[in-house]
Ligand binder design. Structure first.
Ligand SMILES: [Zn+2]
Length: 315
């Protein structure tokens, strides 16, 4: 059987010598998914790593997590500062926490995160034509591979075909330009041609998923048959974006069909906002930021723990 996903090697720059590629390989084999959670601030960071600690303890094994930062999120936290945060946590605990540059729309911004030492990035050329997306993705792949080789480390590269919307917010309806009926989903043969032409490691398809979350918290069901077809056609791990609002059953089916990483952002943003509003209105005289913000960490952590249990089949 052909396999476009390159085998991982032990690496000295990551906890326990186990790179994100090796974790992804293992996730595919054991049919679990690695949780990818976006952060915008230190509260988000602690919510992710503490949730992973709790669920690792419950599972009796290390549960890896990926911290995601979009262009806007990493500009707010600091492109290299968030890298240092993850590094210092990894050095102190040895826990498998990885850093991903989520949706990155230009080569310049890809270069920035590759140079800053991120473990993974997503080049998002979904608003370009297929051919433009291929050539822009190839440029990013070539640069990242050469830097990774020179530094003796690994970088996982993800790209997308099929448009699922852009914003991580609560939506009144399906985002403009996103079509979830079958003919608009990512086509397996196109995904394979894209993977072969670009040399990427992972592919983010449109399989009925949407960025953001519909009001009421329930998104349309995923097209699991399509997930499975794309997985077989590409032989690459699939990354499911827009995981907010999808059901635990849908996640389990998608994982069994070849999804190795699942992104969640909007549900965390909602948990953060709700906890903050509640805390400020309950204690309007409180001015210590760490007291005001503490419930936001707890609220996001709770959401992440539950997702990690589902993704990693921990019960
Ligand atoms: Zn996404």
């Amino acid at each position: 059987m052909f396999n476009l996903f390159k085998k991982g090697k032990p690496c000295t720059t990551v906890p326990g010598g186990k790179s994100l590629r090796l974790w992804v390989e293992e996730a595919l084999e054991s049919k679990v998914a690695i949780g990818h959670f976006n952060i915008s601030n230190i509260e988000g960071f602690w919510a992710v790593v503490r949730a992973a600690e709790v669920v690792s303890h419950e599972a009796g094994r290390q549960i890896p997590v990926i911290i995601g930062v979009s262009e806007g999120e990493r500009d707010f936290v600091g492109v290299s500062q968030v890298r240092s945060l993850v590094d210092s946590y990894r050095a102190q605990t040895g826990n498998p926490v990885f850093l991903n540059a989520d949706h990155t729309y230009s080569f310049e911004r890809v270069k920035e995160v590759v140079d800053a030492g991120y473990d993974a990035f997503i080049y998002d050329g979904t608003e370009q034509s297929f051919d433009e997306n291929v050539s822009a993705t190839r440029k990013c792949v070539q640069y990242a591979r050469s830097v990774a080789k020179a530094q003796g480390r690994d970088i996982l590269i993800e790209a997308e075909i099929g448009f699922i919307g852009k914003s991580s917010k609560v939506l009144d309806g399906i985002p403009e330009g996103v079509k979830i009926s079958e003919e608009f989903l990512t086509k397996p043969d196109e995904a394979r041609a894209f993977a072969v032409a670009t040399g990427i490691d992972m592919i983010a398809p449109a399989v009925g998923n949407i960025h953001g979350m519909l009001k009421g918290g329930k998104d349309p069901a995923l097209n699991i048959a399509r997930v499975s077809e794309i997985s077989k056609a590409t032989s690459l791990p699939l990354v499911l974006h827009g995981g907010s609002g999808n059901s635990a059953d849908d996640f389990r089916l998608a994982i069994d069909a070849g999804v190795a990483i699942i992104h969640v952002n909007t549900e965390l943003r909602v948990a953060f906002r709700d906890a903050l509003l509640a805390q400020v209105s309950a204690h309007p005289d409180e001015v210590a930021p760490y007291k005001i913000m503490r419930p936001t960490v707890e609220a996001m952590q709770k959401v992440i723990e539950e997702k990690l249990r589902t993704f990693n089949k921990v019960r």
